[in-house]
Design a binder for this molecule. Structure first.
Ligand code: HEC
Ligand code: HEC
Ligand code: HEC
Ligand code: HEC
Length: 257
């Protein structure tokens, strides 16, 4: 009898724990869950059959390189065969001055983890390592311990059905001219009459109760996007947005328009 009571208590605790888990649901519901365990109605077109690990596609707990602050234990191999990206330019865009040599982002040949700490690596390169469509999403430096190989993928494009296909709207390619500029310094003082930006501070820009993130003072893909954000439970953050696009709040956090 006593034993049954404690079992019930234990079952209750497990239930409470799992309900808590649901309430805190995050990346597992999103398209960034490429694992075999993905059950959400919103699913990546490309998914694994051999592993239910989620983080492994992007991070590993053990990496044998010195970690810089844009490299959060990165496990995904960088883009393959891309010399440079074509970046956004316009007559009135002042940030191009700050691209400096990065106007065309030069990538290293991504063969070893050590490549992650040299050259012009940025958070944007991490995103593009899947989103420019040149690298398989399952190409890892350190595959899951239990498999000891990159997981088998289905549904994607290219060899091994493992790439973001160019038919996906998540496919950006290597021409970024038609994308919001990234990988340049956010600077209020650099702007001229055509632009007005809110002042940065505390690792980002805060305006009207919202925050976007800057990386070493620069605008990157992850300034606007949080690759872990649960935008399935909270649809106003679709797709992976740090601030809702309703009323263009995201844009107005930086741009004083
Ligand atoms: C699709 C790729 C992707 C997946 C999957 C992913 N992450 Fe990340 N993660 C990133 C990127 C890119 C960054 C750096 C940009 C940033 O910090 O937003 C990052 C940063 C982080 C950081 C640094 C702190 C922070 O949030 O800025 C932590 C901690 C982290 N991830 C944990 C996790 C864990 C735990 C999982 C699995 C549950 C996971 N990530 C899955 C891409 C991913
Ligand atoms: C390991 C590969 C990988 C990395 C790294 C990665 N993504 Fe993705 N991302 C995907 C896949 C796969 C999809 C889903 C493609 C599909 O279903 O068509 C996706 C989808 C998305 C979407 C669209 C979501 C939707 O519901 O339509 C956004 C936005 C996105 N990613 C942003 C980012 C950003 C920003 C970064 C870097 C901070 C990043 N991703 C890094 C693999 C990756
Ligand atoms: C200035 C903010 C901003 C930056 C920087 C940015 N994005 Fe986005 N991104 C958005 C917004 C907003 C949307 C959703 C557009 C909408 O729904 O109207 C979006 C949509 C997407 C999508 C979904 C496809 C689509 O067309 O809807 C992908 C994939 C994506 N972004 C990846 C990236 C990657 C990779 C980078 C860096 C190269 C990046 N984004 C940089 C704001 C940004
Ligand atoms: C993280 C801050 C940030 C966010 C969020 C942001 N921007 Fe920007 N954006 C900038 C900066 C900085 C520039 C470069 C301004 C300059 O120097 O001309 C820029 C440039 C631009 C330009 C090009 C201006 C030109 O002169 O060619 C346009 C258009 C633009 N942003 C629109 C948007 C829209 C639309 C959104 C929301 C989807 C958005 N931005 C979100 C920081 C941001």
């Amino acid at each position: 009898m006593r034993r049954n009571v404690s079992l019930l208590v234990a079952a209750g605790a497990v239930l409470a724990f799992s309900l808590g888990g649901i309430a805190n649901a995050g990346i597992e519901l999103t398209k960034h869950n490429m694992s075999s365990g993905a059950t959400s109605t919103i699913k990546s077109v490309v998914g694994a059959t051999g592993t239910d690990e989620i983080c492994i596609f992007c991070h590993t707990p053990h990496m044998n390189v010195t970690k810089g602050d844009v490299l959060p234990l990165w496990n995904h191999r960088l883009s393959s065969g891309v010399g440079s990206y074509t970046m956004y330019k316009s007559a009135s865009f002042n940030g191009a001055d700050n691209y400096g040599l990065l106007q065309a982002v030069t990538l290293n040949t991504p063969t070893t983890p050590a490549d992650l700490v040299t050259g012009n690596m940025s958070v944007t390169n991490l995103c593009l390592s899947c989103h420019d469509g040149t690298q398989a999403v399952n190409a890892m430096f350190n595959p899951p311990n239990r498999l000891n190989a990159n997981p088998v993928m289905t549904g994607g494009g290219g060899a091994g059905s493992a790439y973001i296909p160019n038919t996906s709207n998540a496919y950006l390619g290597t021409d970024l001219q038609n994308d919001h500029p990234v990988n340049f310094t956010y600077s209020v003082s650099q702007t001229v009459s055509d632009e007005t930006l809110h002042t940065e501070g505390g690792g980002g820009v805060q305006w009207n109760g919202e925050t976007v993130r800057l990386f070493n003072g620069t605008v990157q893909c992850a300034s606007c996007h949080d690759p872990h954000k649960d935008y399935v439970t909270s649809t106003e953050f679709t797709p992976f947005l740090r601030v809702t696009i309703s009323g263009s709040k995201l844009c107005l956090t930086c741009h004083d328009k």
